[in-house]
Design a protein around this ligand. Structure first.
Ligand code: NDP
Length: 456
């Protein structure tokens, strides 16, 4: 056993030595490696087959220049990425992120997490992620379109409906997907299901925009049910004000919960009365149509608290309000150990992640030690990619399922993921630990496929 544990440690230190600057990637790999020891014990042959070494090395990394012209006639240059991490379970699948913080470490961590997340779904999907250090904020529609076209003029040769199927993520919503897909179609001269999250009239699936957020809440409801509880009347803290956050809020309200916070990159609102459908519609219009700031919520509803902040720098504010549940839905590492302590002190007994890796490693350890219900993003937010998989299936069949059917399938998939995390955690002697359950469940599937497909 010592030999195998030290071998995991050795591999981990090689990851640090080889790419010392990729902290987010180290964090994601460490998070998985610290839970899969028991699988390695049951499969001693994996060491000779270098399963771990292979699983952390992307099959392909594409880094490219994206030159484009802004409205003033000035040429701008950004850097584009696509990390095709693993295709053992299906075509590469994972979103594109446009945000100034995008770098190779961030894209690699997201691609690595995506492999395990996709493995948890009952669909045949490999794992990838991509994006650019481009900030769509404050850019005109024309600038965003020219950037997307320039980005796609390189990416198109690396993707395809049976090769790699991107989707949206932070900064890539329906507008960006439209421009990206349009350029792909022109360059390839094919109308195929190469993107998910497409517009409804050109191949998109009903429920895709809602999927990640709804799925998070279905997962939370399943977790609560294990303790005989429901969301009814529970006060919920939600961070973010993007697709994931707002559809999480919508489903929490539908299930009788109370949403008391939202945030964006410039501030947060605390609404003691709780949001209702009218307030939520206001935020959706504000963020998705006018692309405004949450500060306007305070102008519209003066009784609420508004705190200007960068949630990443000013950690304590959003997570300090008393509540029963927390749904971090903005970005990675937005919730640290201090925040975790504050959440517990404020009464939170469920944390369910809409964002990818929003809790730092130290925060996760606190949740696990206190044995609260903690749903890691790779399981809890898998509804987004699951409905992307359903969009691909509908595109292949050239038909579209009604809203109720997609929603019912999403709900069932979240139930299946929840049960498989719970069953595996129990089987491996860590009952109730969804982190171990998700990692082990994904790892078993990916490593088995890898071994069966030989050295490729
Ligand atoms: P959006 O771009 O729609 O929304 C992101 C929200 O978080 C915005 O309100 C944004 O503020 C805020 N935010 C983003 N980055 C920062 C930052 N560095 N500091 C402070 N606030 C920030 O993205 P999504 O809702 O699509 O994604 C949110 C999270 O969910 C990400 O971690 C993503 O990877 C994950 N996810 C997304 C899925 C999807 O299908 N879209 C599926 C599964 C997971 P502002 O409004 O000011 O920009």
């Amino acid at each position: 056993m010592n030999v195998r544990i030290s071998s995991v440690d050795e591999i981990m230190s090689r990851v640090h030595e080889r790419d010392p600057d990729q902290q987010e990637f180290h964090q994601a790999v460490h998070g998985v490696f610290e839970t899969i020891g028991p699988v390695l014990e049951r499969n001693p042959g994996y060491r000779r087959l270098a399963v771990l070494e292979r699983i952390i090395e992307p099959e392909r990394i594409i880094v490219f220049r994206v030159p484009w012209m802004d409205d003033a006639g000035q040429v701008q240059v950004n850097r584009g990425y696509r990390v095709q991490m693993s295709s053992v379970l299906g075509p590469y699948k994972g979103g594109l992120r446009f945000h100034p913080s995008v770098n190779l470490s961030v894209v690699k961590f997201l691609a690595f997490e995506q492999v395990f997340k996709n493995a948890l779904t009952p669909l045949a999907l490999g794992g990838a992620k991509g994006g650019a250090d481009f900030d769509p904020k404050g850019r005109s529609d024309g600038e965003v379109m020219r950037f997307c076209q320039a980005f796609m003029s390189e990416l198109y040769r690396h993707i395809g409906p049976d090769t790699d199927v991107p989707a949206g993520d932070i900064g890539v919503g329906s507008r960006e997907i439209g421009y990206l897909f349009g350029m792909y179609k022109k360059l390839s001269n094919e109308f195929t299901g190469v993107f998910t999250g497409k517009g409804l009239v050109w191949g998109g699936s009903l429920i895709r925009p809602e999927a990640a957020g709804y799925g998070v809440v279905y997962f939370a409801a399943e977790m609560l049910a294990t303790r005989g509880k429901t969301l009814e009347g529970r006060r919920c803290l939600i961070s973010g004000a993007g697709d994931v956050a707002l559809f999480t809020a919508e489903k929490v309200l539908a299930l009788g919960g109370r949403v008391v916070t939202l945030s964006d990159s410039t501030g947060l609102i605390y609404d003691e009365q709780g949001l209702d459908s009218e307030k939520l519609a206001f935020v959706k219009e504000l963020k998705n149509v006018r692309r405004g700031r949450l500060k306007e919520y305070k102008e519209r509803y003066p009784d609420v608290v508004y705190l200007p902040c960068d949630p990443l720098l000013d950690h304590n504010s959003l997570w300090s309000f008393p509540a029963d549940c927390a749904f971090p839905c903005a970005t990675h590492n937005e919730l640290n150990a201090k925040d975790a302590e504050r959440l517990l002190a404020g009464g939170v007994d469920l944390v369910c992640e809409g964002a990818n890796m929003p809790s730092t490693s130290a925060a996760v350890q606190i949740f696990l030690a206190q044995k609260i219900l903690y749903g890691p993003g790779k399981a809890a937010n898998a509804g987004g990619v699951a409905v992307s998989g359903l969009e691909m299936a509908q595109n292949s069949m050239r038909l579209s399922w009604p809203r109720e059917e997609v929603d019912a399938r999403l709900k069932l998939i979240m139930k299946i993921i929840h049960k498989s995390c719970l069953d595996i955690a129990h089987d491996y002697g860590v009952p109730g630990n969804y982190v171990a359950g998700a990692n082990i469940s994904g790892f078993i599937k990916v490593s088995r496929a890898m071994v069966e497909q030989g050295l490729v």
